[in-house]
Design a protein around this ligand. Structure first.
Ligand code: F6P
Length: 366
């Protein structure tokens, strides 16, 4: 398109990876080069790479054949927030410093007119602050957690659901053969969309979400009740951020270098042990982990990513900075990044999925 001021456009992937990132990179790069004749600069390894100035010009060849590839060809990192940058001293001690000026310098040094920032909550917060320093940013929302309020869906979620649902299906057959309680822990720190979506699709008997603190009694009761009715197995789908009403989330590790220092994990094991102890039933625990974040995107995610990437490029060419692309119904629209970071999208307790799951007999451990 002639008349566009878009000459050099940067692209960065921040936070945890997810299926569909490469499809966005491809869509941005191909639209930028093809439609606007722009040069595309890839920033390596998220904001860590931006602070350190690790960037390169992306060729058409580099973005060819990556549509169906999981991960990100640029690399990413959930460490290195430029405003809270972890710097390791000679004594090994980590100091948190503000390196945003270095990022701004690299942005100018590479002659960028705009940056397409693909990421979740953390990346959008950083983007909002960089926009306030004068960077021309357009955001693209990604996360398997689907916890950004401003968009109906993020890409990566559908792919994660597919993997998690398949895992539950597999646990179903082995669980029912051995008459066991099968606990599966899926990702979702503060929002339980994966546990809810996969639990519903996989027919889990108990779904535990961060949004609904559970009681141990109600879990035991549900499992025992199924046993009494001759159902000799149970499936429990638990989000890593689920917590008992009288307790707290289970933290696996603290790492100050991360944008969110808390790394969760372990609630599945705890629940499995408690069920086995209370009910006397044989119990097995599966932690799905990063399997649900890797691999090829579903067709839905590939298409959403491609539409997001194209729209982001279009917004940048129109000079509509400080905005994030978002899915609203069937349309891709623009919302302000400020609006996008205002609120996390948690599972509403009265949403259709929760109501439907309850109606078919699923317990939420209340
Ligand atoms: O943000 C997505 C997410 O998948 C969370 O649900 C999970 O807690 C986190 O990433 C784990 O990320 P990592 O292991 O890369 O630190």
């Amino acid at each position: 398109m002639s008349g566009s001021k878009l000459k050099r456009i940067g692209i960065i992937t921040g936070g945890g990876d997810c299926p569909g990132l490469n499809a966005v990179i491809r869509a941005v790069a191909k639209s930028a080069m093809g439609e606007y004749g722009a040069t595309v600069i890839g920033i390596q390894d998220g904001f860590e790479g931006f602070v350190e100035g690790r960037m390169h010009e992306i060729s058409n060849k580099e973005v060819s054949g990556i549509l169906s590839q999981g991960g990100t060809i640029l690399g990413t990192s959930n460490k290195g927030d430029p405003f809270h940058y972890p710097e390791e001293g000679l004594d090994g001690e980590i100091k948190i410093v503000d390196e945003s000026a270095r990022v701004m310098r690299n942005y100018r040094r590479w002659g960028l007119d705009a940056l397409i920032a693909i990421g979740g909550d953390g990346t959008m917060h950083i983007s909002n602050k960089l926009a306030n320093l004068g960077m021309n940013i357009v955001g693209v929302p990604k996360t398997i957690d689907n916890d950004l309020e401003a968009t109906d869906l993020t890409f990566g979620y559908d792919s994660a659901l597919y993997v998690a649902t398949e895992a539950i299906d597999r646990l179903h057959t082995t669980g029912s053969s051995h008459h066991r309680v099968m606990v599966i822990e899926v990702m979702g720190r503060y929002a339980g969309w994966i546990a809810l979506g996969a639990g519903l699709a996989g027919g889990a008997d108990i779904i535990l979400l961060p949004e609904i603190p559970f009681t141990w009694e109600s879990i035991y009761l549900k499992v025992k009740e199924r046993s009494l009715h001759g159902k000799r197995f149970s499936i429990v789908c638990v989000a890593e951020g689920a917590k008992p009403a009288d307790g707290d989330i289970v933290i696996k590790e603290m790492d100050v270098k991360r944008t969110d220092a808390r790394r969760l994990g372990g609630i599945g094991e705890l629940i499995g042990n408690c069920i086995a102890q209370d009910t006397g039933l044989e119990t097995r625990v599966t932690v799905l982990g990063h399997v649900q974040r890797g691999g090829t995107p579903t067709p839905f995610d590939r298409n959403l990513s491609t539409k997001f990437g194209f729209k982001a490029c279009q917004l940048a060419a129109e000079g509509k900075f400080g905005h994030m692309v978002a899915l609203k119904g069937n349309r891709i629209e623009a919302v302000t990044i400020k609006q996008a970071v205002a609120k996390q999208k948690l599972v509403p307790l009265d949403c259709d999925e929760v109501l439907a799951a309850k109606a078919v007999g699923t317990s939420f451990g209340e």
